[in-house]
Design a protein around this ligand. Structure first.
Ligand code: GLC
Ligand code: GLC
Length: 812
């Protein structure tokens, strides 16, 4: 069953049934000021950091799901309703939610009144604009009472949820004209406040939550709305909210617009006050003035659209399959921007108070984003590297507000350092900016020990070399990419975190074959980079270490039919035919085939066949098989999940593209694309009821074949799946890949594809690419023609910025 449809021309997903199987959300803002918004206007807002600078409150995992948001209530005499159906849930005559690129438009119609609300965060603005348009489609004049609503969060989203003995006494507001200011804690250490305004005079307001709702009502029936009479309350402590009350008269056919601004201001210490206890409102008023008319709002929305037109013109494909095109050209790229902005911090599955920016996560996210805004990727790389330790190890995550390593999860994940090589190399290949390597970058944010970014890459490489186990494979540390493979944890205490507990490290033999494969792939990238820089000695040193690792993997990492996953604390194999459960894991098959380890001897093909046979399922490739059915203290969290979920044999979509890329290494385009389609959300639209999460973005996990309900997705939006799928499909399957000295075109497509067209902007030049497949092959280059001339290589040169070139590739 479907709940809407793709409008590719407008780059929108249009939801026409508000009862989606789960809140289907969107993100507003892409720099400093952000909101999450569901298809019924649920969600919240924050500045930079969803934990430390939360502006509006949200209720996670509530009854009903998705409680709290940016609501409008319309009292039309005997009927009270909301344009997004919720929270009132009054049956609407029509409903439509359009999620677009950083804007959402929710439209409801009831008894001849259409309420259309556009939500977006204008570029370079610390505010969300809400434009409410009311239209009278009936034959009578209508008198409506309109109430806006949002609830302030007391800034720190974590303590906001728990420290009520304090919080219920701190809330403070100021009301001036049609603007409600939230100035809680402003008089002490905070240099910031928030506000909610509307561009017309109001006939009343409320700022005290219990007066607005009445103590016994929910979001669906605020007392003042039902009574049609605002309380004009001024919050003193308890829970401050912001609600405007507006009386509207509409003649038949008449339309009126109201522009609401929900904004955030920071003031310098000596500019905080206008007079005693009266806040300095200058900046708020300036922002409000920027959007106080419909034409100004239209212009800001047009700017946002242009911005996205631009970003999405950098890579476009015309494959002949609209489901591929809409993902590659629109939604997958959009999701890459979102994961770049939020890492794993704020979604409807990540509360915003748990995790910040992940070291490994953000490096991987970069690969799907770097072509869009390389300057921001550059800044991110420096930020990430600044949280590294001098020995190459790293904090597992950092806090976006202060950009400092955050000890909540600590460090010691031994895959982490290698991802910095991926992030940096992706950036340089896209831009040609080798200068980034000379940037002086601190360790653990301590500028006095800053060294070049290149040195950071060296310590990243060496961190693996300096932490090898008894077989010569990398020691795993707390975990590798798989956060749940906790081989030194040995926890019997449910109050211990699997991620931060290491009860047994002394003499641990726990090694990771996945990190070994990762080391070969990014070690080679490091070697190429050294050569490019003329650091030949270093390249030679690194080459020896990588070659040794390849040998070690062949010797100790091969199980006969596939690559084993790891060695446990005792030195026993994990992911081997010898094991009773979880005989095979996806990660080592992905990394070792991407590295082409043992390709000549047929190891890659064997491993990939084993994946097909044992891990593939109707809804994607599961992580391990057979699933663990009991808790193994020596394996940690992975065996804590019920069979078929998350890291215990779920379809962990993030790693499916590793296998897709592996298939392209052996030239199996049919299989690579078969796997692509299984997890690609646009192909799952028809089974939305089962799949549950948004059909326009990837989810982290889909329940695997051992689960109760295979095919049911969870954790949509913030997942490395976004960048990995984009990377796999654009660079290895469509095969258009930035290299230091040009654009490599090396497609690997299904044999029945006749070809495809693509446009790639690369370092300022435009490459109009046509790939033809006259012989029904998957891979291989028979001929390259550039601007009408035959060319001897499929590495297409870097051209002068501003020039346009036609490239034709014949597969064969
Ligand atoms: C999540 C984490 C990521 C981890 C993965 C597997 O996606 O964000 O860091 O690698 O789970 O455990
Ligand atoms: C990380 C991973 C998640 C895993 C969790 C364990 O948060 O993202 O997949 O289940 O660690 O706590």
């Amino acid at each position: 069953m479907k709940y809407g449809y793709f409008d590719d021309k407008k780059r929108e997903y249009v939801i026409n049934n508000p009862r989606t199987p789960w809140p289907w959300i969107n993100y507003l803002g892409n720099e400093d000021f952000f909101s999450l918004i569901s298809n019924s206007a649920g969600g919240y807002t924050f500045y930079k950091d969803a934990k430390f600078r939360r502006i509006t409150r949200y209720r996670y995992n509530n009854v009903p799901m998705d409680s709290g948001g940016k609501y409008f209530y319309i009292n039309d005499g005997d009927c009270v309703w909301s344009p997004g159906w919720k929270p009132c849930k009054t049956e609407l005559d029509t409903y439509e939610c359009r999620h677009g690129m950083n804007y959402t438009n929710i439209k409801g119609e009831k008894n001849g009144i259409i309420a259309n609300v556009l939500y977006f965060v204008p570029l370079k603005t610390w505010a969300e604009v809400q434009r409410l348009t009311l239209t009278n489609n009936s034959k009578k004049t209508k008198k409506l009472k309109v109430f806006s609503f949002t609830e302030w969060c007391l800034w720190n989203a974590a303590s906001d949820m728990e420290n009520f003995q304090r919080n219920f006494s701190t809330g403070e507001v100021e009301i001036e004209g049609s603007v409600i200011y939230h100035k809680t804690e402003y008089k002490e250490r905070r240099d910031h406040y928030a506000y909610y305004s509307v561009n017309v005079p109001v006939q009343g307001y409320d700022t005290d939550r219990e007066s607005f709702f009445g103590l016994y009502n929910g979001f669906d029936e605020p007392q003042v709305v039902a009574e049609g009479k605002p309380g004009n309350t001024v919050a003193h402590g308890w829970s401050p909210i912001a609600s405007h009350y507006i009386e509207v008269e509409l003649k038949p056919g008449e339309s009126k617009d109201f522009i609401f601004i929900l904004g955030y201001v920071e003031n310098k210490q000596d500019e905080k006050w206008e007079s005693k206890n009266i806040i300095n409102k200058k900046k708020a008023k300036e922002t409000i003035a920027r959007f106080n008319s419909v034409s100004k709002v239209d212009a800001a929305l047009a700017d946002l659209r242009n911005y996205w037109d631009n970003l999405l013109s950098i890579y476009t494909v015309d494959s002949g399959d609209e489901k591929v095109d809409r993902m590659v050209n629109i939604w997958n790229q959009y999701q890459c921007m979102i994961t770049f902005c939020f890492s794993r911090s704020a979604s409807f599955f990540e509360s915003g108070i748990g995790r910040g920016m992940g070291f490994r996560d953000s490096n991987q996210d970069l690969t799907g984003f770097v072509h869009q805004i390389p300057e921001r990727a550059r800044e991110r790389i420096i930020d990430i590297a600044s949280t590294q330790f001098p020995d190459g190890g790293c904090y597992h995550q950092y806090q976006p507000l202060n950009k400092r390593g955050n000890n909540d999860i600590g460090g010691g994940f031994n895959d982490d350092p290698l991802w910095l090589i991926l992030g940096t190399v992706s950036y340089i290949k896209e831009t040609g900016d080798f200068g980034i390597l000379d940037e002086k970058v601190p360790f653990d944010n301590d500028i006095s020990v800053a060294r070049s970014l290149f040195d950071h890459l060296t310590v990243s490489f060496d961190h693996v070399v300096n932490n090898l186990g008894p077989h010569g494979l990398p020691l795993i540390g707390r975990a590798d990419w798989n956060d749940c493979l906790n081989l030194n944890c040995f926890s019997n205490d449910p109050n211990e975190s699997f991620q931060t507990t290491e009860n047994k490290t002394e003499g641990s033999k726990a090694e990771s074959v996945m990190i070994a494969g990762l080391f070969v792939v990014y070690g080679r990238d490091y070697i190429d980079l050294c050569k490019k820089l003329g650091k030949n000695k270093e390249a030679e040193r690194a080459q020896k270490l990588v070659d040794t690792m390849v040998d070690v993997i062949k010797k100790y990492g091969w199980d006969g039919e596939w690559f084993i996953r790891a060695y446990d604390y005792y030195g026993h194999k994990i992911g081997s035919n010898e094991n009773e459960e979880s005989k095979i894991f996806i990660e080592s098959q992905g990394w070792c085939t991407m590295a082409g380890i043992g390709k000549e001897e047929g190891l890659c093909t064997k491993a990939l066949n084993a994946v097909k046979e044992r891990l593939d399922s109707k809804y994607g490739i599961v992580l391990n098989n057979p699933a663990f059915t009991k808790y193994y203290i020596e394996y940690g969290e992975i065996s804590s999940y019920p069979a078929g979920y998350k890291e215990n044999a779920g379809v962990f979509c993030h790693n499916n593209p590793w296998i897709m890329i592996g298939e392209t290494v052996v030239g199996n385009g049919n299989r690579a694309w078969e796997y692509y389609k299984k997890i690609c959300p646009s192909y799952l639209e028809d089974i939305s009821e089962l799949h549950k999460t948004e059909p326009y973005v990837y989810a982290q996990m889909v329940a695997g074949k051992d689960a109760f309900k295979p095919g049911e997705a969870k954790n949509s939006w913030l997942t490395g799946t976004a960048s990995w799928n984009f990377y796999a499909v654009t660079q290895f399957m469509l095969g258009i890949r930035p290299e230091y000295d040009g654009l490599l075109i090396d497609p690997c497509i299904p044999t029945d594809w006749k070809g495809f067209k693509a446009v790639r902007k690369f370092r300022g030049a435009v490459y109009e690419i046509e790939v033809v497949n006259p012989y029904g092959k998957s891979k291989g280059i028979k001929e390259v023609v550039i601007d009408g001339q035959k060319y001897g290589s499929n590495l297409i040169p870097v051209y002068k910025s501003g020039t346009i070139h036609k490239v034709k590739i014949v597969i064969g």
